[in-house]
Structures are given as structure tokens and as C-alpha cells.
Design a protein around this ligand. Structure first.
Ligand code: ADP
Ligand code: MG
Length: 454
């Protein structure tokens, strides 16, 4: 019979098959929840852990459990229990780096933004893992998490972290051959090399340019889906660098699995290292970023202005910074005091921009159902057990805050409920959000999926 024992046996097998650091990171806190029929449910502590184990290890885990059980078993991961305290354990358990290999000084084509350093990257729960991984890679390029693949929606710090890795690596080893390119540049370079006369020579130069490097950073690799030739080129570039012990860091607006028309072999290359995401910053982080930016600009911004901006702009750090800049300029131009009302005037007319494509009720229902692993039909039904009701309230909250429908419309959509029920549900979530970080992370994860169109 499927039981906790089955899970423990499977875990023993996984410990052997999964690299030590990864096991510590993703499986040490995994717990058996229940089993029934041909399914076993396992809890992991964070949304992020769930994404990783589902994406990277589901098949392996299913195989291990099936073997332990002696028959086919499906595995479902759910999020339960609090996230582990920082620093993440996987950092502590990472394998030691081999001795550095001396390298000849080479050409670097450095165009790094001087502002994008680790010192100026503010860390919060939404970006802690990506930041830690980037820092780690910069300390030991080529020996941990290769490639490092960072993804997030726009304006959440991917490019900043890439440049920060570049700065840190060069500070330590100035002779590092480093190349940072937006993927678009990579693709254009390649197309140019292929198209022009005397292409043998151009292609040779293209290869040299991208392969003879110790650290290659390609920003926004979702651009690869444009042409097969560029995927082919990146694949070979990747292998050459990897085999020579170099480090590769990639970013994208979505995980490798969701990049359209990406060849399987390239995708699996992308996934052999660490795939980490950055989520929308929570309120605290938004405040800290604003304070830091004000300080960097040599001004002190009153708390009520910071609070106003942090409250108003929630999904994109670039917009957040833009709003502060706009407020400072507006106050100066009009000779106004820096206060919340000034910020409000400065931003009037910008408010709609973030909500230009509100998600539909259907999309929210689907994304919420998928995230919490509760069937859509249950959410639309009369079921009122605590879990179903709680998840339904999250859907209400998202429809109310991010969607375009009115309260009565939301109520009708969600199984013919009264608009006061919806109002009550939203209020409940608002209260819980003040206390539960995990709920915040859940909601942001759903938002990220909605923004991705996934
Ligand atoms: P992405 O590449 O994900 O679209 P960027 O790296 O370009 O985002 O970041 C957008 C802007 O926000 C940049 O100016 C960057 O410095 C800033 N930024 C993003 N995250 C942070 C952070 N955690 N701390 C400080 N600045 C940040
Ligand atoms: Mg970017």
C-alpha cells in the first residue's frame, strides 16, 4: 500500500540520484501528506520549491516512488509550512569550488552599467534566491550552477543582476574574458555573419567572439525563438564554453520550458544548472528600494511619499524608480513640497498604465486553480470547506483588484454568489495578507503567471 514508508524509500533513492546541494535545497523539507489510489501528495515549504520540484524533478520523483511502490504512481506537490530561514540551505551545502585555473588575459567587451552592482541591489523575499545564486556564481564562476538561468517579468532586476555578476567577477579577476549581450545582439551578429559575403571568415569571427570567453551572459533569451540558426549557434556556443570550464548566465521573461519553439536540446541545456525567478517586490522591498534610490540621488524623501509610491506601483521596479524620479522633478519644477499629494499630482494619468491588459475572470480562475491544485469546478461549486473557500477568496481578491469586473459580476461568475460574499472574501484576504507572507508569495506567483499569459 502507498504510505509514508513508500515516500521514505523513494526519498532514499532520490538522495542518491539528485546532486547533494539540490537534494538539500528541494527535498530535505519535503514531507509526505497523503496517498490514495495511485497518487501520492508531497508538501514542500515554498511556492518556489514547488515550482522547481514540479518542473525539474516530477518525473524522477514519480519514478522513484513507483519503484518503491512496485507500480505506477503519480506525484503531486503542494505548498505547506513556512519557508526556511535565510540564508537558503542549498548555499551552505554547495560543493567546494575547484582551484581556480589560471587564464591568459583576453579581450573583454565590457559594457556594464556602473549602477548595476550587488551593492545597489536591494534584497527581499521576492528576489533573495536569484540574488544569492548570482552572488555565488560571481564568486565561483564555472563551478556552481552552470548555467544560471534567471527569469521574471519586466523590470524586476534580471539585467541588474547580470551586470552585477560581471562587475564582481572583474573586480576579483580583472583578466576575465567576459561578454555580456542582449540576446537580440547575439541573433543580429549571427544573421549578419551568415548573410554577408566572405561568410567563412565572418562566421569564424563570430565563433571566436562568443566562444573564447570565460563568462558569457545573454540577456532575454526568449528572443531565440525567432530563428533556428540562432538556437543552433547558441547551442554550440554554450557547449564550447561549458566544456572549457566557463560560466554561462542567461535571463528570460519566462522559464525555459515556456519559451516558444525552443529546441529540446537547448532547453535541457538551460535547465542543467539553476533556474531561479524574481517575483514582484513586496511592500517592504518597494519601500527599501525607494529609500535607496532617493539616497543615491542625494535626497531624502519623506516616508509618506515613499509609502504613497510603494502603495501605488507594485509590479515593476523600473516603474517604481520612474515614479520617484517623476515626483522629484515635478516637485522641483512647480516649487512644491515633497509630500504625498505632490506625488499624487505627479503621477496623475499614469495610474492606468499598469492595468492596460487586465486578466479575465477565466484566466484568474484557471491560474488560481492550478496554483493551489484545487479543481475549478470546486471553486465554482457550493463547497465551503476551509481550503476551497480560502482559495476561492484568493480568486475573488485577484478578480476584484486586478480584473475589470464589478463585484456582482464576479459573484455571478463564481457560481452565482452574492456581491457581499465577494466583498467579504476580498476583505478576508486583505487581512490575511498583512500577516501571511506565504499568501503574498502565492498571489504574486499567480500574478506572474497571469502576466506571462500562462
Ligand atoms: P529586468 O532586466 O528584469 O527587466 P532590470 O534589471 O532592468 O529589470 O531592472 C529595472 C530597474 O530596476 C533597474 O534600474 C534596476 O536597477 C532596478 N532594480 C530592480 N530590482 C532592484 C533591486 N532589487 N534593488 C535595486 N534596484 C533594482
Ligand atoms: Mg532586462
Amino acid at each position: 500500500m502507498l504510505s509514508q514508508r513508500t515516500w521514505e524509500a523513494a526519498l532514499g533513492a532520490l538522495q542518491v540520484e539528485v546532486p547533494k546541494a539540490d537534494f538539500a535545497a528541494w527535498f530535505r523539507d519535503a514531507r509526505f501528506v497523503r496517498a490514495g489510489g495511485r497518487e501520492i501528495v508531497v508538501a514542500v515549504p515554498t511556492v518556489f520549491a514547488k515550482e522547481i520540484v514540479t518542473r525539474r524533478y516530477r518525473e524522477l520523483v514519480a519514478r522513484a516512488v513507483s519503484t518503491a511502490h512496485g507500480g505506477d504512481v503519480d506525484v503531486t506537490f503542494v505548498v505547506q509550512a513556512e519557508p526556511p530561514a535565510a540564508p537558503p540551505r542549498w548555499l551552505a551545502d554547495s560543493p567546494p569550488a575547484p582551484a581556480p585555473v589560471p587564464r591568459a588575459a583576453g579581450t573583454s567587451d565590457i559594457r556594464l552599467n556602473p549602477r548595476y552592482t550587488f551593492e545597489r541591489f536591494v534584497v527581499g523575499s521576492s528576489n533573495r534566491l536569484a540574488h544569492a545564486a548570482a552572488l555565488r556564481v560571481s564568486e565561483r564562476p564555472g563551478s556552481v550552477y552552470n548555467p544560471l538561468f534567471l527569469y521574471s517579468g519586466v523590470g524586476l532586476g534580471k539585467t541588474h543582476l547580470l551586470h552585477a555578476i560581471g562587475h564582481a567577477v572583474l573586480a576579483r579577476r580583472p583578466d576575465t574574458r567576459l561578454r555580456y549581450v542582449p540576446c537580440e545582439t547575439f541573433v543580429n551578429d549571427l544573421l549578419y555573419a551568415i548573410r554577408t559575403e566572405g561568410q567563412g571568415e565572418r562566421l569564424r569571427r563570430f565563433r571566436e567572439r562568443y566562444r573564447a570567453v570565460d563568462l558569457l551572459m545573454v540577456d532575454d533569451v526568449e528572443f531565440l525563438s525567432r530563428t533556428e540558426a540562432s538556437q543552433e549557434a547558441l547551442f554550440h556556443t554554450f557547449n564550447a564554453i561549458y566544456e572549457a570550464g566557463g560560466q554561462i548566465v542567461l535571463t528570460s521573461d519566462r522559464p525555459p520550458r515556456e519559451i516558444a519553439r525552443l529546441e529540446a536540446r537547448l532547453r535541457s541545456r538551460f535547465e542543467v544548472g539553476l533556474v531561479a525567478d524574481l517575483q514582484a517586490p513586496d511592500l517592504d522591498l518597494r519601500r527599501m528600494i525607494l529609500h535607496q534610490q532617493a539616497e543615491a540621488a542625494g535626497t531624502r524623501v519623506p516616508d509618506d511619499v515613499v509609502d504613497f509610491l510603494a502603495d501605488r506601483i507594485t509590479r515593476n521596479v523600473r516603474e517604481l524608480e520612474g515614479a520617484l524620479t517623476r515626483t522629484l522633478i515635478y516637485a522641483e519644477l512647480h516649487g512644491l513640497d515633497l509630500q504625498a499629494s505632490t506625488a499624487e499630482q505627479a503621477l496623475s494619468g499614469l495610474g492606468r498604465a499598469a492595468a492596460d491588459r487586465p486578466p479575465t475572470t477565466d484566466a484568474i480562475l484557471a491560474a488560481t486553480s492550478r496554483h493551489f491544485d484545487v479543481p475549478q469546478d470546486d471553486l465554482l461549486s457550493k463547497r465551503r470547506d476551509a481550503r476551497t473557500a480560502g482559495v476561492r477568496q484568493v480568486a475573488m481578491y485577484l478578480m476584484r483588484n486586478d480584473g475589470r469586473e464589478t463585484l456582482p459580476e464576479i459573484g455571478r461568475f463564481l457560481g452565482g454568489r452574492d456581491h457581499t460574499t465577494v466583498l467579504h472574501g476580498c476583505a478576508k484576504i486583505e487581512r490575511r495578507l498583512k500577516l501571511e507572507d506565504r499568501l503574498k508569495a502565492d498571489i504574486e506567483a499567480i500574478r506572474a503567471h497571469l502576466a506571462d499569459g500562462s
